[in-house]
Design a protein around this ligand. Structure first.
Ligand code: NAD
Length: 290
């Protein structure tokens, strides 16, 4: 298959490499200077998209996605498929899907879970929104870049699933960290706390698989000085998307709102920038109730 790949950053680079290694002809473009093994670099997004059967984008945000849409849709063939794997707001995902549809281009919004490790190992999970026809055409590429792809519904449904999942993630990470800090103050041993909670009704992915306390549970960024992993600023980006979506759909999400405020404070006014999102635990450790 002929593939155009636009946005060859931390995630896009290894995803494009996996497609090239699987024998696809990949033409890639990034604003920044990059080198990607097995991928032919082009001078513009439109050049990468031209004549491609499938175009994949992996970009920072919805505003950039909208500008790239203006560039690539006119260059794409009718019946070609555009798969956007970026995490963006639902409104941008739906707007670019409408633009593409008007030009006869099929679309799938397919944000991912699994991080840079999953992108390199080809074990991402894709949450996809779009027509059944578009999803089926993209599926062979999901199978190369990931281990699971869920067709969540029409355009925007993939972004909706990603945003809801990550709102739960942000809220549960904060709950897990504040519970550890409370346990410390109560003189409860952290290992005992883990042993109980990880097998009781307080268990969660943040406790069981990504424990924010160093030396407890499976290996996680806490065991590596809170180097990301999943950076606090990326968590903040996704929480903001959840609040933007809640606002535009009139949903009441008080915990999501509080998590957004806490991560904003952590990233912008405390020392969270550049740290993993689980570094909320040392933040709580330093603080008292007032
Ligand atoms: P990144 O900043 O490393 O990569 C984005 C790339 O897009 C950069 O190389 C940038 O130069 C390029 N770019 C920006 N504007 C462009 C344009 N107009 N044309 C071409 N290229 C352009 O970011 P990343 O970590 O690869 O994340 C990409 C997306 O994946 C984001 O939406 C992020 O939220 C999402 N995501 C990231 C992770 C993670 O762990 N890093 C996990 C899941 C989802």
């Amino acid at each position: 298959m002929k593939i155009g790949f636009i946005g060859l950053g931390n995630m896009g680079n290894p995803m494009a490499v996996n497609l090239a290694n699987a024998g696809h002809e990949v033409a890639g473009f990034d604003m920044a200077e990059v080198s990607v093994s097995g991928v032919t670099l082009t001078g513009s997004g439109a050049d990468a998209a031209k004549d491609a059967d499938i175009v994949i984008t992996m970009l920072p945000n919805g505003q950039i996605l909208r500008s790239v849409a203006n560039e690539i849709i006119p260059a794409m063939n009718e019946g070609a498929v555009w798969v956007d794997c970026s995490t963006v707001d639902v409104d941008s995902a739906r707007a670019v899907a409408d633009m593409a549809l008007a030009a006869g281009v099929l679309t799938v919004d397919a944000p991912v879970s699994g991080g840079i490790g999953g992108a390199s190992a080809g074990t991402l999970t894709f949450m996809a929104g779009g027509s059944a026809e578009a999803f089926e055409k993209a599926r062979p590429l999901f199978d190369i870049m990931g281990q699971k792809a869920v067709h969540c519904g029409d355009a925007g449904a993939g972004q909706a699933a990603k945003i809801c999942n990550n709102m739960i993630l942000g809220v549960t990470m904060i709950a897990t960290c504040e519970a550890f800090a409370l346990a410390d103050k109560l003189g409860l041993d952290r290992q005992k706390m883990f042993d109980v909670v990880s097998t009781s009704s307080g268990y969660s992915w943040t406790m069981n698989a990504y424990c924010p306390a160093p030396g407890i549970g499976p290996q996680s960024p806490a065991d590596n000085g809170y180097q990301p992993g999943f950076a606090a600023e990326l968590m903040l980006k996704d929480l903001r998307l959840s609040q933007q979506a809640a606002e535009s759909s009139d949903a009441d999400t008080p915990m999501g709102m509080m998590a957004t405020e806490l991560y904003q404070q952590f990233v912008e006014s405390e020392d969270g920038l550049g740290l993993d999102f689980s570094a909320m635990l040392p933040r709580f450790e330093k603080r008292g109730r007032n």
